[in-house]
Write a protein that binds this ligand. Structure first.
Ligand SMILES: *Cc1c(COP(=O)(O)O)cnc(C)c1O
Length: 442
């Protein structure tokens, strides 16, 4: 079949061949075939998925408040993405951009340079995963500055490769017994209003900066790496003014400010990028997750003079900027413009936020409702304390799963229930998901 001869192609609702096994059977096969270290949130195996729902091989429907961890913002098998991928698969599948380049890689870089915050000249480079983008941002910052140190924050998550494990804060499950880790990484306190006594942003930034200056020395620091809203660490939103103060310090100290927008980017927080909320212009920005409608693509975008400091051949990889992933990214970005997913994220925030605050009002286990756009969470504690309650968090999440709502937990203490619906989720799906959540809290 030729996709180009089928205008108005829709996402397929069902695979050509139906499911061959039940979830129970697949789970048994998995046990003897797949490494135990790779976990899954649920034991239901997916057959097909659309805007806001997944259907498993047993025919059960799930409302999706996970989006594959903030990836399928445009939905699963989004029509434009399916069309672009099919057309590209038929033209060519891989040449390696470092061997024989092609237009879509260049076009994605042009789009990223234009979309990301910062009115300066930019360049981009494409990779496969978020961790790989973070690794490369650090490589670029070190190369451009000739300095070794990287400053990261408590509760940070930057990936699972050796360098990015070192950059990540949490031991279990990410780092435990996987060391030794890369050196020259320095961790400083995050602004975490619920847990730092509500320190204002400027004071929290001073606390972090003082540690760096006393213990590392600004002149030794290549980069300051921060998620503008922390993802795996618990959807921690720093106090107003924290990011701008760090940005000002980095500029004055000649430190490269890297924003890891892998989870927050591409309309998720109700702006194209979370940095825009406080008008921050990072020197480098790392991107992945929502960028390509589910195909593996990641990027580093930033100041031309930093990106171009690296010698020819110093950056790359066999698959980085694969043509199918690039086609998907261009279709994803087009879909985000066309459907105005920035506005969609803000609409989701209004509906989801109101329901979460109503639940928090009656349930003293909820210490805080926080986040921005379609990236919201509740932090769960023993009532009347700030003592994290990961067991209650897991229990509410399990009740959601049993009732057909796919939710995720996160946080250093495992006590944050987070919500990342696809930005194209329908009002009906959103409401049905929230009804399940409401019941799960009891
Ligand atoms: C997911 C994530 C990463 C790692 O991305 P992978 O594609 O899983 O390697 C890095 N930083 C942040 C903020 C993330 O959310």
């Amino acid at each position: 079949m030729n996709a180009r001869s089928e205008p108005g192609l829709r996402a397929p609702q069902q695979r050509a061949e139906g499911p061959t096994a039940s979830s129970a059977e697949l789970h048994r096969r998995r046990g003897t075939a797949v490494a135990r270290g790779v976990g899954s949130v649920v034991a239901s195996y997916v057959d097909h998925a659309s805007g806001g729902t997944l259907t498993d091989v047993d025919g059960r429907q799930w409302i999706d408040f996970a989006a594959g961890i903030a990836v399928t913002s445009v939905g699963n098998s989004a029509p434009r993405v399916v069309e672009a991928v099919r057309a590209q698969v038929e033209r060519f599948t891989h040449t390696c951009f470092m061997v024989a380049p092609y237009e879509s890689y260049v076009a994605v870089c042009e789009q990223l340079n234009a979309l990301t915050p910062g009115g300066f000249e930019k360049r981009s480079a494409l990779f496969n995963s978020g961790a790989e983008a973070v690794e490369n941002a650090v490589k670029i910052a070190r190369h451009a500055t000739g300095r070794p140190a990287v400053v990261v924050f408590d509760h940070a998550y930057h990936g699972r490769t050796n360098l990015t494990m070192a950059l990540t804060a949490k031991n279990m499950p990410y780092k435990h017994r996987f060391g030794p880790f890369a050196g020259e990484i320095y961790r400083v306190p995050m602004s975490y209003p619920l847990r730092d006594g509500g320190l204002d942003g400027a004071t929290a930034a001073d606390r972090a900066i003082e540690l760096v200056e006393k213990q590392v020395g600004a002149e030794n620091v290549a980069a300051l790496l921060i998620e503008p809203i922390q993802g795996e660490g618990g959807f921690v939103v720093p106090a107003q003014g924290f990011l701008p103060a760090l940005r000002r310090w980095a500029t004055a100290a000649g430190v490269v400010f890297i924003a890891d927008e892998i989870q927050t980017g591409f309309c998720r927080t109700g702006d194209w990028f979370a940095c825009q909320h406080e008008g921050i212009e990072p020197d480098l920005i790392t991107l992945a997750k929502g960028i390509a409608g589910g195909l593996p693509l990641a990027a580093v975008t930033g100041r031309a003079e930093l990106m171009d400091a690296v010698h020819v051949g110093g950056l790359g990889g066999t698959y980085g900027g694969n043509p199918i992933a690039c086609a998907a990214a261009l279709a994803t970005i087009e879909t985000m413009h066309e459907l105005d997913l920035v506005a969609a994220a803000r609409r989701i925030e209004a509906v989801l936020g109101a329901r979460l605050r109503a639940i928090a009002e009656r349930d003293p286990r909820i210490a805080e409702v926080r986040g921005r756009g379609a990236m919201l969470a509740v932090e769960i504690v023993a009532p009347g304390t700030l003592s994290p309650d990961p067991r209650a968090t897991a229990a509410v999440s399990a009740a959601c799963h049993a009732a057909g709502l796919l939710t995720l937990t996160c946080g250093t203490y495992g006590n944050v229930l987070r919500f990342l619906p696809p930005l194209v989720i329908s009002d009906d799906e959103l409401t049905r998901g929230l009804d399940i959540l409401d019941t799960a809290f009891g």
